[in-house]
Design a protein around this ligand. Sequence first.
Ligand SMILES: Nc1ncnc2c1ncn2[C@@H]1O[C@H](COP(=O)(O)OP(=O)(O)OP(=O)(O)O)[C@@H](O)[C@H]1O
Ligand SMILES: [Mg+2]
Length: 350
Amino acid sequence: MAKVQLRGLRKTYGNFAAVDSIDLDISDGEFLVFLGPSGCGKTTTLRMIAGLVQPSSGNIFIGDRDVTETPVHQRNIGIVFQNYALFPHLTVYENVAYGLRRRRLGEVAIRKKVADVLSLVQMEELSERYPRALSGGQQQRVAIARALAIEPDVLLLDEPLSSLDAKLRLGVRRQIRELQHKLGITTILVTHDQDEAMSMGDRLAVLSAGKLQQIGEPREIYRTPANRFVADFIGTANFFSGTVAQDRRSITTPSGLQLFCADVLPGVTNVMVRPEAIRLSAAVSKDRSEIHGDVIDISYLGPVADVFVRLQSGDVITVRVDSLWADTANIVAHSEIAVRIPEEAIVVIS
Ligand SMILES: Nc1ncnc2c1ncn2[C@@H]1O[C@H](COP(=O)(O)OP(=O)(O)OP(=O)(O)O)[C@@H](O)[C@H]1O
Ligand SMILES: [Mg+2]
């Protein structure tokens, strides 16, 4: 187990910076998730930490050791790749034993270690099978067992769940999380799936175009995104820009929409409102905090429904409501509706 520190980490290919000066401190035992769109530099960063890609500049520390120049096999890192890459000609047992044999462990110690890690991922029963006779999720668990067998200081997981079906993915997610809790291994997971990131990470590091956009706990990133990119990438957001009134209590957009807010700095501002923070009512009243609009469409997502509302100002917003409530509250398409945006729902972003 060890902390990981990235200092000015950079990787360029010609003039293109795949990873652009990343500074990051990952605590001992932390579960950190790198999240960002395709091509933003997640895999490149992970491969630099592993020692598979040489940085163009910057440093990597594992524990108190500068490992920037240290070869892969001396970094004591467990890696699970997206395509799980088990050795097809080796049984589950031999796949897991592979790294231990390379470390010249004795046969008795190997047998014990393999049994231990296979039982952690609940695969001990299938130890004599070949990878081709395993499901995707089972192969994935073997790959994780193989990475854990060498007792790594750091576990690196690059989209390990992307080839699993939705149901299985949920199960393996929980397993990885529980395992990580139990073993306390510093873990870095790469994903472009925001649900996966939010549900697994102690903290998320959001990347875009090789740059770190924000680092923080899932709740913090969701509630107070550092900028529009983060707000848009994580969850759904309604964006407005407008001018703050003298009394700092309202914002008026160019379309004429007035949003009431708590003490916002004067000037032109950009704000975000999460769809679940907006209130709807089929009964329209004359309350001044009410905005009137028409329901354009409703999209049922099971437990919740997204209601698309065109406000009188012409702005179209998304409101997320409990779908059972939507049924009973008579929220239907092509009807007039009252919208309330509570002032605490308005989040100023840069
Ligand atoms: N060997 C290389 N030569 C040139 N460009 C590269 C090389 N490896 C990666 N890149 C570029 O660097 C950028 C970052 O790639 P990377 O694989 O880190 O993205 P990613 O965030 O992991 O994306 P994905 O979610 O699609 O896996 C991409 O634009 C990619 O095309
Ligand atoms: Mg990648």
